[in-house]
Design a protein around this ligand. Sequence first.
Ligand code: SF4
Length: 297
Amino acid sequence: MWFLSHRGRMMPIMEDLPSSPPTLETLSPSRASDFKVCPQLFKFKAIDRLEAPPTVYQARGTTAHLALQRLFDLPAEERTPERLYDLFREAWMELKPTEFPDLFDSIDDERAWGAESLALLANYFSVEDPTAIEPLDRELDMLETVGDMKIRGILDRIDDTDGGLVIIDYKTGKAPPERYALSAFFALKIYALLIRIRTGRTPDALRLVYLNGPTVYEIPVTDAQLDAMERQLGALWGAIERAMRDGTFPPRPGPLCDWCSFKDLCPAFAASADAPTAPSSGSATPVPAQAGSSASA
Ligand code: SF4
């Protein structure tokens, strides 16, 4: 069900919910990251299960991921830019009718988006040579128990190289400046922990491939880092459980709010809907959780 927000956008709303406390069946690296950034954002996505209206950026990311995944189905010598562009076009024709049916106002807008997307994909060949890579796995569905938690997520690619196991994540958005890049590895460190639990083998490196730029960031992995991540996840899980029990998911306004799909619904901005600037983090108002939902986050 959808409603018209005070900013004139269609936003989804929840059906009436029963009054039992919310529970989480699984936690994904993305939702764990959301909670770290902003508990209210986590609530919107994992507890209320609101879906953000699709964007051209999301459509590009989903389609590019599918094309890159399928590139490695081809024999090595056929992994050329032209074949990747074809795979992108095919993936878009598959995804468009069901996931992005009304994304573009005109065929010209869609064509311009397609041309930008292919230019982005062309960058891929300047950072990797897919003819020289045989991934160990792609789009790997990970579900592992970590302490009291079940962590679930889809890993883009894992390679077994001469230098060891490398976990790769494709990004179609812009790379952060290098001094902020470390925090972008949060989700990949969780995947590395899941790989260690599943296989008993510690990955050797994590690689973020930003097609926009392009930029590649890579860091080594150690058991000590993964032990620390396991402790961090345990603490995060405890904080999430407390938030669900108390029904308190404070919004944490910051620079990311301008890109937040749920800003129109956010209590931190509702009181100042007509004001041009965001309130400071100190003025954010905690909001009770919707009760009674069970979700995979
Ligand atoms: S608008 Fe900002 S404070 Fe509100 S949910 Fe989104 S990220 Fe959090």
